[in-house]
Design a protein around this ligand. Sequence first.
Ligand SMILES: [Fe+2]
Length: 316
Amino acid sequence: MTQVQRSQSTLRVRPLSGHIGAEIEGLDLASLALDNRDNEGFATLKSLFLQYQVVILRNQTLTRDQHIALGKRFGDLHVHPMAKGPEGYPEIFPIEADANSSNDPKDIRGGKRAVNGGHWHSDVSCDVEPPLGSLLYLRDVPEYGGDTLFSSGYAAYEALSPALQSLLEGLTAVHSGEATYRLHYGHQAAKDRSQFGFKNGADYPEAVHPVVRTHPETGRKSLFVNRGFTREIVELSHTESQALLEFLYRHQETPEFTVRLNWTPNSLAIWDNRCTQHRAIFDYSGLARRGERVTVKGDRPYFSETASAVEWGLVG
Ligand SMILES: [Fe+2]
């Protein structure tokens, strides 16, 4: 447990693994949500978020407005193109699994299975400017199960040999939303596509990002490919691309680069989408897990030895 002295209270930080994740005690998020108040507290929270990549704070009482206000302290909020928020709150991404939820794969299209995030991904990496990060507040959690796995793209990158690092630094990859949109938002997507003249998936969100990205705030390099959205490495043949991507996915799933977050009621986790990926574990069939997420807009990913922005081309 690391103790951080602040002027009014002592904040405690408990790292959860060797490379990623920390639990923070001694911060009241509702008071941090109010703009221009307790700036020292927010600066500390932001710096721990950057260092640990995902942080969790337990026993927090947050209204929906306070949750949104806290998110806005990190930056402008992202509105998910497909997931609908509650009335009047388009920036809220609901996370809902009720007692009828199922972890049976055959229920995935039937609305019974809790489908959000059940595979390794970084959020909406098919966007040209993927989100900076997310703040997920879970009010109801199952008696057992429902953990979330996170993996550090920094740790995965830094563990590679210099020869492979150098190869990857010259590569870019296509990230596509098509598979996710078809699977999770099937009926709605079909309706919306016809409304907006979408054809054959050509208008699903798609972007090209560097395989290794430089974090715009820390300057550290991170792997930035994930099973959920990455489809192809542009500069390689299809066969080379599939083999290399599969290696990189498995490499990032190495347990030493990950942390497993256990939720308790009224916990809020904040993760940095620029240098991590995550996977929600659906092992709580028949139990409820409910909460809400706000997502902070991010920058266009770039790779640079000197951390200066580089423009990358769009696909299609
Ligand atoms: Fe996610």
